[in-house]
Design a protein around this ligand. Structure first.
Ligand SMILES: Cc1cc2nc3c(=O)[nH]c(=O)nc-3n(C[C@H](O)[C@H](O)[C@H](O)COP(=O)(O)OP(=O)(O)OC[C@H]3O[C@@H](n4cnc5c(N)ncnc54)[C@H](O)[C@@H]3O)c2cc1C
Length: 549
């Protein structure tokens, strides 16, 4: 394994929306900024193929006060960390700056010359929040803007460990195509690695990558490396679910503008009775489990029904599906001769999506000095606009941090950590026999869904935790990586195994039922526990702490 060394002021881990926005805002200060991206920034991450809804506040549309919009947006949302009004205000106010910026850079934020809001909305909703925008080009535009301001983007570099002690001082990465260990010395690190969806099995367990987020931004790398350095994680016991076309797992549910119906053609909810391009059928937002519930009760299949849609509205729908990165789905429907004017499409509830992330403040600071988190990695904001807003905020605050803290202090023994990790990587690459990452990934998913799935209880959680710890040790001791690509997959699974352990610990700690965290042994929601669980590593072991929202 060859070792390379790079020095920078600010390192952005992940070249998704959060990482690139952080890089753009930080690089305009003139400081040195490096973006390390596991894939290629032009098409990587959840936003890599496009998005079409940008939740935002535009004063000229919504009026001078942001609060009515926030109140309306909050209706029906899973509370979680987003109950924090300070963060909601910071998020939406920042979107008012970002919308015109993106438009000026070449991401179309207007449709036919004006701001167009539709989808993710109840009929008659006063403050429409979701702006339709042309996200197909967004990643190429943001990567270009980052480079224009002097940020250096390193593609195909997976960061797998952070360096430092009470403050961060860099990171270690592996090249995903070459046997190369890269040490990046940095005075500040911004994490933006996306989701941790691969903790639980996909909706089609035989098809490993079939999640509604791409595989590379679904292994929770940022959370795991932050935890190992000592940062606090939050909401590790929580999970959410998404819904969409059956088996062809895809995000984009708010772009579908038809009615969800049962086999007798009866609408599932009270919101829509015929397709309406201004809204989407909000019954699925209120209860993403509804398709699973219908299936369990033998009341399915459930269909997304666009019958009766006008040709103009169908063209509108297809336009936004393309912006949303759903070209493959449109192509598939065309290849199979599915005409949405005649054929309803079956929908399903997808697998469990871990909600735990890196605890961070309204300034995107984590509990480690110099370490910031934004986007899906953090509990602030949501979706594309949350990533854009808090990525930007992280970049701004990182600049201030680096400017204030020029002299290193308390950074820990970096050289020893580098040597230790190099030996670990060499050992994995030298093995020529053993299980590969897929076996570990499948075993992890099996334990997670069976022991910390939709219904949980103390004996099951304790048994699952023991299985997972055994699995982790066995994986570390025996897994093989036949090439650099497999090595990155192995490192991802190591991260997921760490996060799995923390999920069990937090789920055991929350002795109540709350949202989708259902405890068979505590079937009620306990108002005394209306607080968050933080987990961090102390002397090598996970320690939990309760804290107010
Ligand atoms: C098809 C689809 C449609 C969607 N539509 C919408 C929408 O219309 N509106 C909306 O609000 N949201 C939408 N979302 C969600 C939205 O895309 C995400 O919330 C958003 O992209 C999160 O941004 P992020 O920067 O946090 O993560 P991502 O955009 O996922 O970026 C994470 C990046 O980090 C990289 N990375 C991961 N680990 C490492 C590592 N160890 N080292 C280096 N790099 C790493 C990944 O390769 C990736 O490029 C959609 C998602 C999908 C999949």
């Amino acid at each position: 394994m060859i070792t390379e060394h790079i020095e920078t002021d600010i390192l952005c881990v992940g070249g998704g929306i959060a990482g690139l926005m952080a890089a753009i805002s930080a690089a305009q200060s003139g400081l040195k900024v490096v973006v390390a991206e596991k894939g290629n920034t032009v098409h990587s991450g959840s936003a890599g193929m496009g998005n079409d809804h940008f939740a935002c506040y535009i004063p000229e549309v919504h009026g001078p006060d942001v609060m009515p919009l926030i109140q309306e947006w909050s209706q029906g949302q899973w509370g979680g960390a987003l109950r924090n009004t300070e963060k909601l205000v910071a998020w939406f106010k920042k979107t008012a700056e970002i919308v015109p910026l993106w438009n000026a850079w070449g991401i179309p934020m207007k449709y036919e010359g004006k701001y167009e809001f539709s989808g993710h909305a109840f009929p008659g909703q006063k403050h429409m929040v979701h702006l339709k925008y042309g996200g197909e080009v967004q990643k190429a535009v943001l990567a270009r803007e980052a480079r224009r301001r002097g940020a250096k983007i390193i593609e195909r570099l997976m960061i797998f460990e952070l360096l430092g002690g009470e403050r961060v001082c860099g990171a270690l990465g592996v090249h995903t195509r070459q046997d190369k260990l890269i040490h990046i010395g940095a005075r500040c690190v911004i994490l933006g690695t996306g989701q941790a969806e691969r903790l639980y099995p996909p909706a089609t367990p035989g098809w490993l990558g079939n999640h509604n987020r791409p595989a590379t931004s679904s292994s929770g790398d940022g959370r795991a490396i932050a935890y190992r350095l000592g940062a606090e994680l939050v909401n590790m016991e929580a999970f959410g679910r998404h819904a969409g076309t059956k088996y062809f797992v895809r995000s984009g549910q708010g772009t579908w503008n038809g009615v969800l119906r049962d086999p007798q053609d009866k609408p599932l909810g009270p919101f829509l009775t015929r397709p309406d391009r201004r809204y989407s059928d909000m019954i699925t937002e209120i209860n993403k489990n509804i398709f699973a519930e219908y299936a369990a009760a033998g009341k399915g299949p459930v269909y997304m029904d666009l019958r009766g849609i006008s040709d103009e509205d169908l063209a509108y729908f297809e336009h936004w599906m393309r912006q949303e990165g759903n070209v493959a789905l449109l192509n598939h429907l065309a290849e199979e001769g599915v005409d949405l004017r005649k054929n309803p499409v079956e929908f399903m509830t997808y697998g469990l999506r871990a909600r735990g992330c890196v605890a961070s403040t309204v300034k995107a600071e984590t509990s480690i000095k110099g370490l910031y988190a934004a986007g899906d990695e953090s509990p602030s904001g949501e979706g594309i606009s949350g990533a854009a807003a808090f990525g930007w905020i992280a970049g701004e605050n990182a600049v201030q941090y680096v400017t204030r803290n020029r002299a290193p202090d308390g950074a820990g023994d970096v050289q020893a950590t580098i040597e230790e990790n190099k030996s670990m990587l060499d050992a994995i690459r030298r093995r020529d026999d053993g299980p590969d990452w897929r076996e570990a990934q499948v075993a992890l998913n099996q334990v997670m869904i069976d022991y910390a799935g939709v219904v949980r209880s103390e004996p099951m959680l304790q048994a699952g935790l023991a299985h997972l710890r055994r699995l982790k040790k066995k994986t570390v001791d025996t897994v093989v990586a036949r090439n650099p690509h497999e090595l990155t997959r192995v490192l991802e699974v190591f991260n997921l195994l760490d996060l799995g352990v923390l999920t069990f610990i937090a789920a055991s700690e929350r002795k109540e039922t709350r949202g989708m965290h259902r405890r068979a042994d505590y079937s009620y929601t306990n108002p005394m526990l209306d607080r968050q669980i933080l987990v961090k590593r102390v002397n090598g072991e996970p320690v939990t702490e309760w804290r107010d929202w």
